[in-house]
Design a binder for this molecule. Structure first.
Ligand SMILES: [Zn+2]
Ligand SMILES: [Zn+2]
Length: 138
């Protein structure tokens, strides 16, 4: 992955730039990602917060995760595209939805997680490691 990496929402009101490589990339199959995206999983990149430059207004929706901590899902108030997530459990990071990248082919998932709630119609890459719940990041 070369830097910077650019992305935007569907309508273009929100644009962002990532200044360094994501710390981690994975597919989240949790119910919250399914419900909020309308799809089988969310392709997410974990990036250091100060390495992301965002232009435009974002609205956040807070949901309490299984852990009891809050996940704030950020979306464009104009077109509803989901772009970011702030995790109370990881205050120095944001996650970015890989489908919003200008070059989504740069996304390299390393793990499928929350596979305990993966749907039968969700085909996963058999070559990727699987975690039934939250990945262990050290
Ligand atoms: Zn938009
Ligand atoms: Zn999820």
């Amino acid at each position: 992955m070369t830097n910077p990496i650019y992305g935007r929402c569907l309508c273009g009101a929100v644009e962002y730039e990532i200044l360094c490589k994501p710390v981690f990339s994975a597919n989240c199959h949790c119910r919250d990602c399914q419900r909020s995206s309308g799809g089988a999983y969310a392709p997410v990149m974990l990036v250091k917060k100060d390495m992301v430059k965002i232009q435009g207004e974002i609205k956040f929706h807070d949901v309490k995760a299984d852990s009891g901590l809050v996940n704030s899902r950020g979306f464009c108030p104009e077109c509803g595209s989901q772009l970011f997530e702030k995790l109370e459990s990881m205050p120095h990071f944001v996650t970015i939805k890989a489908g919003t990248l200008d070059q989504p082919e740069l996304f390299e998932p390393k793990l499928d997680f929350y596979t305990s709630s993966a749907q039968p119609w969700d085909f996963m890459n058999p070559d990727l490691p699987k975690a039934r719940r939250e990945p262990e990041l050290s």
